[in-house]
Design a protein around this ligand. Sequence first.
Ligand code: GAL
Length: 385
Amino acid sequence: MKNLKRLLSIALVLVMVIALAACGSQQTPDSTTTPSAPAEQPSQAPAEQPQTGAGKKVGVTMPTKSLQRWNEDGANVKAALEAKGYTVDLQYADNKQDVQNSQIENQITMGCDVLVIASIDGGALGGVLQQAKAANIPVIAYDRLLTNTDKCDYYATFDNYGVGKMQGEFIEQALGLDKGAKGPFNLECFGGDPGDNNAYLFNQGAMDVLQKYIDSGVLVVKSGQTKFPDQIAITNWDSKAAQDRMDNLLTAYYADDIVHVVLSPNDSLAQGIVASLKSAGYGSAGKPYPVLTGQDCDKINVGQIIRGEQSMSIFKDTRVLANQVIAMTDAILAGQQVPTNATYNNGVIDVPSYNCEIKFADKNNWKELLVDSGYYQLSDIPDAQ
Ligand code: GAL
């Protein structure tokens, strides 16, 4: 099963890279560009939008409220749909796939015209998706692909492979590896939830950059743990589990040495990793914080960037993703061509997809990217001034 997942992930990467190359939107290492044709932002949307959704109902299911981003995703999608006249049923599933499956079942029963699903374990919705198929309800996978099913009509996401690649390239540049720095630098790697297809793509993207430096001995993984998911996955993207694993690594391998770089695929893990590093005395003279990656630009993590505890975080503008989903929903229900720019193979079918572009925030640009753009208020961010 794990081998199958790994193979699937590699196939997905290949398909995605080919699709991106074909539409000329592949990112350069330093890319901080905005999507070429982003839809307008819901927070600035005029109230008098055409009411394309009048009389239509959309069921939206999100994985959990425990991570900041999904709260924003849910709120943005709901607001953008409602601004167009849609009725919205928004549900959160406390990271339990069986709970989400019942929520979707309810939405089918209540007669939703479209289902938007951000899954927990993308391969574990089988039965409920077949019910949607039987009821002829279009399904849009939101940010996470629905795998091993023939019922996933569209997929709206960010450039997931690009997320990992950007994190790998950030590390490469921060350590000067691309300029020939020889280190050796001690690296430890973390991966996301094994039920989330994105986690495979993040890991693949980062390792495609970093593996050559591990092979040449410039990056040294003292624990020897680099395999995703077997050795480095963190179930449910849980901060405390990441903290515990970092504690164990520091105790077992860094009693007389320091870690120079930690690959973290997202911000919830980076929060746990920073907590662990802090309690081990990092951030003091002679023990600087390692280069540490992240993703989502959660407010807490932007504070960590400002304080020098975390180096970067990939910014996924959930307003842009929300608008892409609304554009897809409108087009599906109007029988028009649905906007796509990529294809993901989910193990059964090629899913027509839209990859929104990504950027990264670091200590130099966080304010411009996150505050000046109106995404956050300055007062939202700890230690910002
Ligand atoms: C991924 C998502 C990331 C991150 C993570 C944890 O699927 O792409 O942005 O939020 O889940 O929820």
